[in-house]
Design a binder for this molecule. Sequence first.
Ligand code: ATP
Length: 586
Amino acid sequence: SIAQMEKIVSLCKRRGFIYQSSEIYGGCGGVWDYGPLGAELKRNLRTAWWNTMTREREDVLGLDASILMNPAIWKASGHVDTFADLMRECSLTNKRVRADHVEPQDGVVMKYSGATSPTGWRWDRTVSALLKNGEHIESFRKRIRALIAQNAGEAAGKPEEIELLNEEKIDAVNGSVDFHPETGGALGEARPFNLMLKTYLGPTATEADVTYLRPETAQAIFAQFKNVYDSSRVKVPFGIGQIGKAFRNEVTPKNFTFRSREFEQMELEFFIKPDEAVEIISGEVMAWSEGADLSEPKPNWGWQMWHRYWVDQRTKFYEGIGLGDVLEYYWQTPADLAHYARACVDILCEFPFGTEELEGIAARGDFDLSQHQKHSTKSLEVFDEELKTAAAKLTPEQKEALIQKKLQSLPQAMQIDTDVVTQWRTWFERLFKGNYVPHVIEPSAGLDRMALAVIAKAFSETEKVDEKGKKEVITVLRLHPRVAPVKVGVFPLLKNKPELVAKAREVYALLKKHMNCFYDETASIGRRYARQDEAGTPFGVTIDFETCGEKGPELADTVTLRHRDSGEQERVKISDLLGKLLPLVS
Ligand code: ATP
C-alpha cells in the first residue's frame, strides 16, 4: 500500500539507507543517494552478485568498462534510433507522463499536492479519479478525499489541502468533455522520447562531440567481447559479467528508487553456441521440457535449456538473499518480445506499490554481436575446432539437410527471398569451417531495485509495551544476514563499568576485521537492541558481568548472542563467536 511505502521511505531516510539527492536544494528528480547503511547494503548485494555470477564460476569473467563510449556503439545497438518511451503531455497539468504509465483515470483533472510524512517526505501524486461527465464538483472533491484517506492512511500524515487543477477547466469539463479514447484523459498524442542522456565529449561541445551516458551496461560487454575472448583463453559457452551505473532520462521516475534516472545494473552476457553448432557436434540439441534437470550444464544444451538454466540460477540467487517467496515470473508473449529476442522472462517482485520487474532474462540470439560486427566491420566470430572437426565428418547431403531445416523454419516470405537464402548459405559455410558469432543469454538485474526489494520485504512492525507500560510500534527490518549492512551490534551492558566497556571493545575489535559491526554503549540495552532491529542488524552481542567472570568462572569470557528474528538469546564463548557468526553472514 502507499502507506507502507511512506513508512519505508521514512525509515530509509531516518536510518541512513536512502536520501533524496541534493535535498538541501530541493532535490533532483529521479536521483537518490545512499547513506551509510544503504551504501553497505548495496555493497553486500553487489558482492553477492559478483561472487555468485563470476568468482564462484569457472565459466564467467568480469569486466569494468567505462560509462562513456564511442557513440557508434549506441547507433549499432539500436539505442539512438529506438530507445524511446512513448510520452504524453497532459493539456491541463502540462505534466509529461510515460504513455504506458497512464491509467485511464490519471492525469486528468485532479492532483493532491502530496501528503507530508512525519519526516518531511512529500509525494506528489495524481489521484486516480476521473471527473465523470456532469458530475458535481463537490461530489468529485468528496470522492478524491475518500481515495486519499484510503491510500495515504494515518502514517502518511495529514494530506495537505487537495489541489484542484485548473478549476475553470474542470467546470467546463463538468458540462461535457472529449476524453482521449485510450487514456480517458485530456492527454496529447503519444510521441517517442529518447531516454538516453546526451553529453559532450571533447572541447568543441558541438554536435560532433555528442555522446551518451550509457543507458545499460550490456553494450560494453559486446564491444569488448573479442578482447576478453582473446585475452582469457576461454571457450564458448562462457559469460562476461559487469556491474555499473546506467542512466536513463525516464519520463516519469517514480516509486522511490524503483524507477530512477541514475541507477546501477548487474548484467551477465552468457555466450553460447548456435543450436546448429550444437547439433553438428553432439548429434542432437536438447530443448526444454518440463522437469528437465537444470543443475549441471551439458554440451548438448540448446539455447532454450541455457535460458531456463539462467532463470533457475537467478531464482536461487534471490532465494539466497531472502526474496525467494516474493518472486513471480512473467514469460513474455510473442507480441511482447523485441524482434530479435527468442524468449524473455521478467522476474517480478512484490513491492508495496505492486508486483514489478526486478530482472529480465532474455535469449537474444546473435543480434547484439552481429550488429556490432556489421557496424564496426570487425569480425566478432569465434573459431571452434571441435565444430570444424565434427562438420568435416558430415556428408554433403547431411549438410544440405541442416541448411534446409533452417530455411524451412523461416517465415514464408523469407524462404523465397534470394538474399536471405544466400545469407543463410554463407552462414552455414562459415559454420562448417568452425566459425560463428556466439548467441547470448542475458540476465539483467537492477541493483537499486534489488536493494528496495530486500528493504520492502524485510520491513515489519510489531507492537511492544515499554518499561513504563506504554505501547509502541517497533520497526524491525528482517534483512537476510548476508545483505544486512551491519552484521553485529556489540553492547557493553552498562557504559559506566570500565571492565564491561574494555571487554566489549575487545570483542568489537575481534569481529570488525571480519564483518561490519556497530559498537553502541548509549541508552538502555532494550533501546540499543531496538535501534539495531530497525537497521536490520541480525545479531547482537552483549557483554555483561558474567563475561567478566563475576558470576563464576564457568561463564567467564562468554557473551549473550541475541538473534534478531527469533529473539532467542544464547551464551557463547568469545573464542567461538567468529566461527559461529561468519558462516551466517557471508
Ligand atoms: P522497465 O520496463 O521497468 O523500464 P526495462 O525492461 O526497460 O525496465 P531493462 O532495460 O531490461 O529494463 O534493464 C534491466 C534491469 O535494469 C531492470 O530489470 C531493472 O532492474 C533495472 N532498471 C531498468 N531501468 C531502471 C530504472 N529506471 N531505475 C532503476 N532500475 C532500472
